[in-house]
Design a protein around this ligand. Structure first.
Ligand code: NAP
Ligand code: MG
Length: 492
């Protein structure tokens, strides 16, 4: 009998990893061998004459090569955006502008499958996530802000909202299409024109978005999409004719940008890093909380600015929670991002994998206890096993610094005050999660945790109507919701 029981248990875990492959077809993904810069409504050869490759991090195969815009290319894109702003976009009646934004949203929905596959190929995230989260949420952002375009007088009663001019927008590699939508949609709705730079490792869906913009027949120059590395971003930040910088990325680069624009009159929003606390009280529904913790840290391989990377469990339930998390690690499938069964895809780049592996070593050297499930990872491509650390001290680097990978630190606490102090003891302040049956505890914590977004009994919920952004070194400014309109307008 005991033997049968063990077999059942073993079978359960094995079967979770041995589903027959269910790969999404790559045939819908039309990727050109080479992409130029999207400037003034056309794909133009870069003045730099340089290109660089973008690869599939799950296979290390080259997908395409994209232009490397230099300062002269940036200048050309900014001139196109300025011209479109002065001659067409700012003069266009708001309800006409809205029609274009609605059109972008609808075409994105029509081409959703293609976008999901390309997002997964270029960045390594599981197809389930790009299909069910990234692409639909990106389309929703366009729908939502299209709705605001001709209603700004209701957003800002008794004030007149004027556009700022040309927005320079720089985005990271973790949600490439979604971050492009977060940036472009509110800028267009408020009458600004745009120069957008995607991240070096994930430029393809932004270039596909350029195709949608052509198809939607936007006036040339209203949206310009230029590819390149950090130097291209820096050239945008330093361009004298950009009125506003919208940046999402690391705190380090955020600081460089803030210094560069000091005294220039350029407006900025900085959406930076995070090290979120996910807090489980002993009265929480534990199975539900564990699911929230798993989703909070392993969604998108942990490449999430608001990832719940620090778990605080009330001492009386810590043993049970850690056991449940370890059980759950056994059932997580790490592998081919195009497979619909995959829970955890590829790490976005070799550089990022090296950073994560370095933190795993640091954690062990600091005296924390590392645990990984028994499942395997593919031998080719950049993969990392989902990892948890117990026996973690508050001062450990793995509990203080953003790892941006599938790595969770677990600590315990006894009282509300203790966990509030520990949760707030970080330079970041982007997000947090609270799991408890008691409404009063939720209110107590949400008012005392210094984080821009706090989820209660759920995690990683996003909606275009809801503002998102940080405190402290997680940056400033809000994206999403009515609040997301403010950074793009001058109120008179
Ligand atoms: P990153 O290195 O700061 O890069 C972000 C973007 O800035 C990329 O397009 C990058 O180009 C560009 N860039 C690099 N150096 C620059 C410079 N000196 N001047 C102007 N632009 C420059 O960040 P990442 O590693 O791509 O992204 C991960 C970070 O983003 C994490 O810290 C994460 O928490 C944060 N993030 C925050 C949010 C939020 O909403 N708060 C959302 C998502 C991600 P290259 O790609 O070519 O280097
Ligand atoms: Mg890539």
């Amino acid at each position: 009998m005991a033997k049968a029981k063990n077999n059942t248990l073993k079978l359960k875990f094995d079967s979770a990893r041995n589903y027959a492959p269910a790969p999404e077809s790559k045939s819908v993904a039309k990727i050109n061998p080479r992409y130029d810069l999207f400037i003034n409504g056309k794909f133009e050869k870069p003045l730099s004459k340089k290109y660089f490759a973008t690869i599939n991090p799950a296979t290390e195969e080259k997908l395409s090569e994209v232009a490397d815009a230099n300062a002269a290319d940036v200048d050309k894109a900014v001139k196109a955006a300025r011209n479109a702003y002065d001659k067409t976009w700012k003069k266009m009646p708001a309800k006409e502008r809205a029609k274009y934004i609605f059109r972008i949203a609808r075409i994105m929905q029509e081409r959703a499958r293609e976008f999901a596959v390309i997002e997964t190929l270029d960045g390594g995230k599981p197809i389930r996530e790009s299909r069910d989260f990234d692409v639909p949420t990106a389309a929703n952002h366009f729908f939502y802000y299209a709705g605001w375009a001709d209603k700004l007088e209701y957003a800002f009663p008794n004030r007149k909202a004027q556009p700022l001019g040309v927005a320079g927008q720089i985005i990271p590699w973790n949600f490439p299409l979604l971050m492009a939508a977060w940036k472009i949609a509110p800028a267009l709705a408020t009458g600004n024109t745009v120069v957008l730079k995607p991240a070096e490792t994930t430029p393809l869906t932004a270039l596909k978005l350029a195709e949608i913009i052509q198809e939607a027949d936007l006036p040339p120059g209203v949206v310009n999409i230029i590819t390149g590395a950090g130097a291209t971003g820096a050239a945008m930040v330093n361009h004298p004719d950009i009125n506003k910088i919208a940046f999402t990325g690391s705190t380090n680069v955020g600081k460089i940008i803030q210094k560069a624009i000091a005294g220039t009159g350029k407006r900025a929003t900085l959406e930076l890093g995070g090290k979120a606390a996910n807090i489980i009280f002993d009265d929480a529904p534990l199975d539900q909380a564990v699911e929230g913790v798993i989703n909070g840290i392993f969604f998108n391989q942990g490449h999430v600015c608001c990832a719940g990377s620090r778990l605080y469990v009330q001492e009386s339930v810590a043993k049970e929670v850690i056991r449940k998390i370890k059980d759950r690690l056994e059932t997580l499938i790490v592998g081919d991002p195009l497979d619909k069964n995959t829970d955890i895809g590829a790490i976005n780049s070799k550089e990022q994998l090296n950073i994560i592996n370095r933190y795993l070593k640091i954690g062990v050297a600091e005296g924390a206890e590392m645990y990984q499930g028994s499942g395997s990872i593919p031998s080719k491509g950049f993969f990392c096993k989902p990892t948890i650390f117990t026996n973690v001290a508050q001062s450990n680097r793995i509990a203080q610094e953003e790892i941006f990978g599938p790595v969770l630190t677990i600590q315990t606490f006894r009282t509300d005050d203790e966990v509030i102090e520990k949760a707030n003891n970080t330079p970041y302040g982007l997000s947090a999660g609270v799991w408890t049956d008691k409404g009063s505890k939720i209110f107590n914590l949400t008012t005392k945790l210094r984080a821009g977004v706090i989820w209660a009994n759920t995690y990683n919920q996003f909606d275009p109507t809801s503002p998102f952004g940080g405190y402290k070194e997680s940056g400033y400014g809000r994206e999403g919701g009515l609040h997301g309109l403010y950074p793009y307008v001058r109120l008179v």
